[in-house]
Design a protein around this ligand. Sequence first.
Ligand code: NAD
Ligand code: UDP
Ligand code: UDP
Length: 318
Amino acid sequence: MTTMRRVLVTGGAGFIGSHLCERLLGEGADVLCVDNYFTGSKANIAHLMGNPHFEIMRHDVTFPLYVEVDEIYNLACPASPVHYQYDPVQTTKTSVHGAINMLGLAKRVGAKIFQASTSEVYGDPKVHPQPESYWGHTNPIGPRACYDEGKRCAETLFFDYRRQHNLTIKVARIFNTYGPKMHPNDGRVVSNFIVQALQNEPVTIYGDGSQTRSFCYVDDLVEAFLRLMRLEDDFSGPMNLGNPGEFTILELAEKTIAAIGSKSKIVRKPLPADDPVQRQPDISLARQKLDWEPKIALDEGLGKTIDYFDRLLRAPRG
Ligand code: NAD
Ligand code: UDP
Ligand code: UDP
């Protein structure tokens, strides 16, 4: 018999999931990491493998999963546009069938369940900054729809399981998050720019670089996950989690090049279809409910992330 809290993290070998597994172990939880390694990697969790309270299962969440746990963090889903558009049908299945299976599991064992939703539910937003009350502006048939609409449907399922089966749910809408353990070929903007600048290769700006994003460092985000999960059971969200510091993509490129002291030049590439023009979280709800706000500003977080990729790129390939 164990009295430890048993926590399932789906997508636990991914960027955010691996940080979450580490934090949960540090808090004395017994952690089961489930991942199909589509975008995650064992290298992200290799340092946890010797811990007797850490367990890994190779599994695809679109198939049923029968385990006994007290809490579930559902993070399984590719998050980079390049990767979620590679096999869009599988992306929708992961969000929708994955949610159904994890909700079915939560229902059977009476577990509290957290959903990693996204600012993409707001689509290309016409309200700025975005509060949780905004219903969004998504294109249901475009190239981003497999992710956006998949995540929107997952939110629907979470709230219906709450209403219909009385589940305890926590839905977080995560805004662009970055940090160590992003995959060097992840394709998202922060890792692309850092990897390009470290190698003195052209830094690729899509469009004119005037589009904005608000970047949250991963440690700040994971802290908010834990606070949201600890909150009273009748608060379900959705809750925006992110850093309200908003930057143009051009500013991000210039900051990255300057921080590295790189010789890289900026080059322009076509803007992908349906690329949101602006994005900034209104985090009033998180401030009020969690007594939380991000502590790590972009310059500091970029520095930590640059150090990580610098070590990674210098390491001998094994
Ligand atoms: P990531 O791609 O690094 O991690 C996703 C993980 O899920 C990977 O380890 C991948 O192998 C795994 N996975 C994918 N499909 C799976 C499946 N069918 N079965 C089991 N595992 C599967 O991305 P991330 O940035 O760590 O994102 C984690 C979660 O947070 C995702 O749900 C994502 O949508 C959400 N999110 C992230 C951001 C961000 O900026 N990082 C923003 C909004 C939402
Ligand atoms: N499920 C699962 N693990 C469990 C319980 C259920 O993966 O421990 C899956 C199961 O495959 C089912 C889905 O979750 O299809 C939804 O379960 P629910 O009980 O809500 O619906 P039903 O079984 O009636 O379809
Ligand atoms: N972007 C870019 N160059 C890159 C990768 C991305 O200019 O090498 C842009 C992209 O078009 C978008 C923004 O950076 O406007 C953020 O892209 P990302 O894929 O990181 O996430 P998104 O918020 O679009 O899901």
